[in-house]
Ligand binder design. Sequence first.
Ligand SMILES: Cc1cc2nc3c(=O)[nH]c(=O)nc-3n(C[C@H](O)[C@H](O)[C@H](O)COP(=O)(O)OP(=O)(O)OC[C@H]3O[C@@H](n4cnc5c(N)ncnc54)[C@H](O)[C@@H]3O)c2cc1C
Length: 319
Amino acid sequence: MTETFLTDILILGAGPAGYTAAIYAARANLKPILVTGLQPGGQLTITNEIENFPGFANPVQGPWLMEQMAEQAKNVGTVIHYDLITQCNLSTPKKDDPYFTFHADSGNIYKARSAIIATGAQARWLGLEAETRLQGFGVSACATCDGFFYRGKKVAVIGGGNSAVEEALYLTHHADHVTLIHRRDSLKAEKIQQDRLFNNPKISILWNSVVEDILADGNPPVVTGLALRDVVKNESYQIAVDGVFVAIGHTPNTKIFNDQIELDNEGYIITTPGTTKTSVPGIYAAGDVQDKHYRQAITAAGTGCMAALEAERFLASST
Ligand SMILES: Cc1cc2nc3c(=O)[nH]c(=O)nc-3n(C[C@H](O)[C@H](O)[C@H](O)COP(=O)(O)OP(=O)(O)OC[C@H]3O[C@@H](n4cnc5c(N)ncnc54)[C@H](O)[C@@H]3O)c2cc1C
């Protein structure tokens, strides 16, 4: 049986942004409902060691950190629903119906006087046909999930940002050799991460190279290598690998807000600088869904806090 829930504040997303917003909203006695989406805990659930989230002298596990945030949010009064918002109506609420409407996959409906969108981002793929066909057969976007299967083998990581470097370093715990393939001649990753990468004897880097195809044999297929092109020399070449990890960035989860709220040309929610206010009064955005520059757990948590405080003021001023 489907239900309709009325709430002052609905939080979409269960990453650091969503949980932090929930903690602040619950402590302001707003009785928030948080809808988790398909990945409770968000992106940090697919990483292992976090050593840059303040408060911990030693590295902590991503899934553990997110469980702690969920427990904290629940302990202060957040109601957590394991559901996915699939549709919404963010047209400005009227006096006789002061609610924004959100439809969930379960059929449940949420009517909220304000909402915080913290739906994060998801991994981007290269767009090769082989990449889709070979997912689960040697192609992955999650080293933490699949690295174990490459013990003693050779793998490649595609990309040049923090995710790519982190994936490459993680994979050295399992694979014999990791080749990082980047289309430019320098990395975008943090300096400290780059130093670790360059100093790791199990990692080599192929600069100025793009992936033309992923090679595989057999039925079921097994990845055997990569067809690459050196974009400076304009020469094609191949390398032998047993697994390919694509780590080329993220796409914000904003499809359902397309015609409801102002997005930039990459799909990120536009917020008023220095705030989490979106183009719709009463709707706030926090975390990676509105941040393409920092994309960190701590910045996501920080904007989650801001969003809850701003939503609280909005609610106080509209009653
Ligand atoms: C491999 C990897 C390693 C990383 N390592 C670090 C690190 O060491 N330190 C660091 O600070 N950062 C790290 N990051 C970045 C960090 O994970 C992100 O910046 C952070 O998780 C963003 O938080 P968020 O709350 O904005 O979104 P996310 O963590 O992406 O969470 C989004 C949430 O929204 C939910 N959602 C999506 N669509 C809907 C919907 N329609 N309805 C309801 N819910 C929805 C999802 O289920 C999820 O719960 C890493 C990221 C990756 C991928």
